[in-house]
Design a protein around this ligand. Sequence first.
Ligand code: FMN
Length: 328
Amino acid sequence: MFILGLQGSPRKNGNTDTLLAAFLEKAAAAGAAVHTVQAARAGVTPCKGCGYCETHGTCVIKDDPMSTELFGLLRQADMVVAASPVYFYGVSAQLKVLIDRCQTFWSRKYVYKLKDPLVATREGVLLSVAASRGRQLFDGIQLTAKYFFDAIDARFSHALTYRGVESKGAIRSQSRLAEDIEAIIEKSVRPMVARKKILFVSRQGGCRAPLAAAMAQQRYGDRIRTAFGGRQPAATLSVPMVQAMQKIGLDLGYRTPLAMDKAFYGISPDLVVTIGTTDTEPPMAGVETVNWPIPNPPGMEEAQMEGLRLDLGNHVDRLIQWIERPSP
Ligand SMILES: Cc1cc2nc3c(=O)[nH]c(=O)nc-3n(C[C@H](O)[C@H](O)[C@H](O)COP(=O)(O)O)c2cc1C
């Protein structure tokens, strides 16, 4: 399981930073891989409101960290934790820059009708602090989080909000803090960590492996977590494959092939599926491995992609036997 934390306060070691770090520390101890993005120092360009994503499905800004890295991390995440202080009843400007750029995901979802393979299981968690104590203190931030999580295909599952937290470190004296965090770890993190993990490996991890991983994830929902990797990873996914998946409504945009040992963030899978007729060596010692002898399609025409999808789909169907087998 991979958790992406978005830290929205510009104050280093401030209350938001401390709250998010405490949550991620507990999640890591429960077995999750975690990563924090400091919004104030991420160098993300604000949305231009140009409408390009609504007509092209991608963001017009191609060369900033949002496009080159953060869109990809948001797609890989099983849980996105948005953490922000209340600033004038909203999220901080620094976090809002990242959120607004997710209009690209909104367009992919609502204009292009695409679904991320993790849509059934991804969760969104809001963490927030504020100095005052008014009844509606977190209403604005809750609404922003609701629509942000919807755009990134995450279910808004938990919110931890703390009033009367102002000076640096004040969050530490919240008596419920440890208990509140533990409740989320128990309810959401542990079940996600416990899912069976299947790693799909093809030569370059750019066509067959992502296709199989996405179909298996969609088919088996919360019973498994899939990832894909390459023995010699390509720089990008195969464009005809991504287009073929879009035809069945599955979104593989903003995903890139990873080296197979990085695909699960260093966590060992329960099953490796190697796809190919030549590179059939088990890539990971001590991990159960099966081979699907499916060659790369001879060309990248639409019909060939369709054939590959059907062939891999049949194999994915038969995975159910492994999924239903009791764990040793
Ligand atoms: C620009 C700005 C706007 C703020 N607006 C509010 C507000 O509307 N309501 C409130 O209760 N606190 C407000 N605060 C206080 C912060 O939410 C509070 O100090 C918080 O603990 C800061 O979190 P941090 O340590 O993570 O930066 C504001 C602080 C700043 C700097």
